[in-house]
Write a protein that binds this ligand. Structure first.
Ligand SMILES: C[S@@+](CC[C@H](N)C(=O)[O-])C[C@H]1O[C@@H](n2cnc3c(N)ncnc32)[C@H](O)[C@@H]1O
Length: 375
């Protein structure tokens, strides 16, 4: 039988899979507008993942008929005015129903539906174990800022890695590893990149916990290790390092590692840049240093600008970006760097040195890169 479905569908859901071992537990429909064109976005849910596809309105009848013929016994469709129900009985008989809609439904602009690469409702299984996501894919309210940061971090990475098919990544100072898990899930399950990730942190317990979760989901190429970034072994062929709020000089050790290992990509969101703040006593900055908060911010800006300049010196094309809004976290600066040329430019080093001398401070990344070698 071929059903002619209403043309003004706004949303809907397929449920009750026909086969016990069906790959999909349910599928949702949502009318959205992409670049001015109305399409129906289908989100097919397996136990662990969600797959999206957009169906043009002229192909929708065929698509829905095929889904009812082959995959699901039940379909509910909402239009602005009506709720339509289609059920296929165990004997293969079609039962239909049509009811007046209780609420008015609206069509969403695409950017309102999909703000993030990982949307709310999209099940990322380890995030449930980590207490950031509920079983139905909702983000725990208290964790929403973290969720937002992780999504923005992913977007920043996604922007840079077109054409990559294989990546080896280290997340330094991974902590509870929300980012590490989402990154692994996104790159392997959604982008289909052959991806290996190591998460490193000082804390033994979190590392053990994260390894258990990785094993539970058979994330074979995701490993967590306990250790100090400063002493971390020299891994071969690391393509990317990421850090999200690695404390104070931990960020410097991570950047130094990337420079030494000639990692092609760096994504680093620094945190609590105390090092220079504690040293700044110079009377040249008296108008700033008498206000604690300004001194702290000035020190953070100095720290990150030195880091960015040193990366440039080592041939990284470097950007310093605001990656989330200030309200989500004031630690919202991302250093994004891509290795382009291996020829250091001495001017940048001299500029950094002049600045350090003038204001009278030492900086860990600078010392790691130049002091030990020169002394
Ligand atoms: C603020 S947490 C951030 C955790 C995680 N990246 C996130 O955004 O949720 C900083 C983490 O860096 C780790 N850390 C600090 N210094 C480190 C070092 N030298 N080596 C390894 N991990 C370090 C801490 O143990 C902590 O878990």
């Amino acid at each position: 039988m071929t059903i002619s479905f209403p043309k003004d569908i706004i949303k809907g859901i397929f449920s009750i899979p026909k086969e016990k071992d069906s790959p999909y537990a349910k599928a949702k429909l949502q009318r959205i507008i992409i670049q001015g064109e109305e399409v129906i976005q289908i989100s097919k849910y397996t136990q662990q993942q969600v797959f999206h596809e957009n169906i043009s309105l002229d192909k929708l009848d065929d698509y829905l008929n095929n889904m009812l013929d082959n995959h699901f016994r039940s379909l509910e469709l909402h239009t602005k005015e009506y709720l339509y129900a289609y059920k296929i009985s165990s004997k293969g008989k079609l039962l239909t129903n049509k009811k007046q809609q209780k609420h008015e439904f609206v069509v969403l602009e695409h950017n309102k539906v999909k703000k993030y690469l990982i949307e709310e409702g999209m099940i990322v299984p380890p995030l449930m174990d980590l207490g950031i996501m509920t079983a139905d894919g909702k983000i725990v309210k208290a964790k929403f800022d973290k969720f937002k940061q992780i999504n923005r971090f992913l977007e920043m990475i996604e922007d840079s890695i077109a054409n990559e098919t294989k990546l080896k990544i280290i997340d330094f100072g991974c902590g509870k590893s929300y980012l590490t898990f989402v990154l692994y899930y996104y790159l392997t399950s959604i982008k289909k990149i052959d991806c290996q990730i190591i998460g490193l942190d000082l804390k033994t317990e979190v590392i053990q916990h994260c390894n258990k979760i990785a094993e539970k989901y058979r994330y074979d190429k995701l490993k967590f290790m306990q250790g100090d970034i400063a002493q971390f072994r020299k891994e071969k062929n690391v393509d990317m390092i990421v850090t999200l709020h690695a404390c104070d000089t931990a960020t410097d050790y991570a950047l130094y590692y990337a420079i030494q290992m000639e990692c092609r990509y760096i994504f680093s969101v620094p945190c609590c840049q105390h090092e220079i703040n504690f040293q700044l006593k110079n009377k040249n900055i008296a108008p700033i240093s008498k206000y604690g908060i300004l001194k702290e911010r000035f020190a953070a800006i100095l720290t990150d600008s030195i880091r960015a300049n040193i990366l440039e010196y080592f041939g990284y094309k470097t950007q310093v970006l605001e990656f989330v809004d200030w309200e989500s976290t004031p630690k919202n600066v991302l250093i994004r760097a891509k290795l382009e040329s291996k020829k250091p430019s001495s001017v940048l080093k001299e500029e950094v040195e002049a600045w350090m001398k003038q204001l009278g401070f030492e900086q860990t990344l600078y010392s790691l890169c130049f002091k030990t070698k020169e002394s």
